[in-house]
Ligand binder design. Structure first.
Ligand SMILES: [Zn+2]
Length: 274
């Protein structure tokens, strides 16, 4: 078995991967060749970015247009007190550079929109949704599903979280199979209004990172077609099957959405009437 061009520092850094039959030097080389876009450098994005960078995913894109606020620090663990007021993509990039020089970080200091989403995801093998709003969630779903790019979905609320992987394949469902349209604006309160347990996005984000690494290396059983629900209060996990909906507006048999331009993301992410 060759070392697949891993140098001695890399063989040392990734030794706990390389030593395992399921990963080995091939798996590590695959990770180093891979590119992943993380949408959102907040509560979910923080552990995702941490673990992808530590595991040696060679290219990590980070898309976020927020600046670090002091109220973020209770859970967004890649940002420090001294980063308050700085763009999150900057402090996130600094964190990665300090952790693993093998990782090439690409920062996208922008909100993900209908205008830029296709170009943003085009350069990446896999996308992680760490966003905190429905508009971005549907944008990521629609663009990834149409482009055939697999992505991990995670969401958190107070003491509860959910995670799944959408494989963008023939048989796998997408987020719209589950929820065809976003809830009415104002009916689902944001994290700023309801609060969130500080460690909860750590659990859910770590699961998203695990799904990402498995997808890249093509090992194990992913959460495709299964929505994993975590209740931190009761300390329970529950699994709900998710089936592909033949009437899904994006991945169904006769989809109404051919492009993100067909959707009005400002209005329940429904099909644009214009
Ligand atoms: Zn679908």
């Amino acid at each position: 078995m060759t070392d697949l061009n891993l140098d001695s520092t890399q063989l040392d850094r990734y030794s706990r991967h390389v030593i395992m039959d399921e990963i080995g030097p091939e798996g590590q080389a695959t990770l180093l060749d891979a590119s992943v876009l993380v949408v959102g450098a907040g509560g979910l994005g923080s552990p995702v970015i941490q673990y992808l960078a530590a595991a040696g995913v060679g290219t990590v894109g980070i898309a976020d247009d927020d600046v670090v606020e002091r109220s973020n620090l209770q859970r967004q663990v890649i940002h420090r007190d001294a980063d308050v007021g700085r763009p999150k993509v900057e402090s996130a990039a600094e964190f990665v550079a300090g952790l693993n020089p093998d990782v090439d970080v690409r920062t996208h200091e922008t909100r993900v929109t209908r205008e830029n989403v296709e170009e943003l995801i085009a350069d990446y093998d896999f996308v992680v949704d760490g966003s905190d709003n429905f508009q971005t969630r549907y944008l990521v779903n629609d663009a990834c599903t149409l482009a055939g790019t697999p992505f991990a979905h995670g969401a958190v609320y107070k003491f509860e979280g959910q995670v799944t992987t959408f494989d963008a394949g023939e048989d796998g469902p997408c987020y719209r199979c589950l929820f065809p349209e976003a809830p009415e604006e104002g009916t689902v309160p944001s994290c700023a209004e309801t609060g969130i347990l500080g460690s909860l996005p750590g659990t859910v984000g770590a699961l998203e990172a695990t799904e990402t690494l498995k997808s890249i290396m093509d090992v194990g059983e992913r959460l495709s077609g299964r929505l994993l629900l975590f209740d931190a209060m009761d300390a329970t996990f529950e699994e709900v099957p998710v089936r592909k909906n033949p009437d899904c507006p994006v991945c169904g048999e006769d989809p109404a959405i051919d492009s993100v331009q067909d959707v009005d993301y400002a209005d329940r992410c429904a099909i644009d009437a214009d």
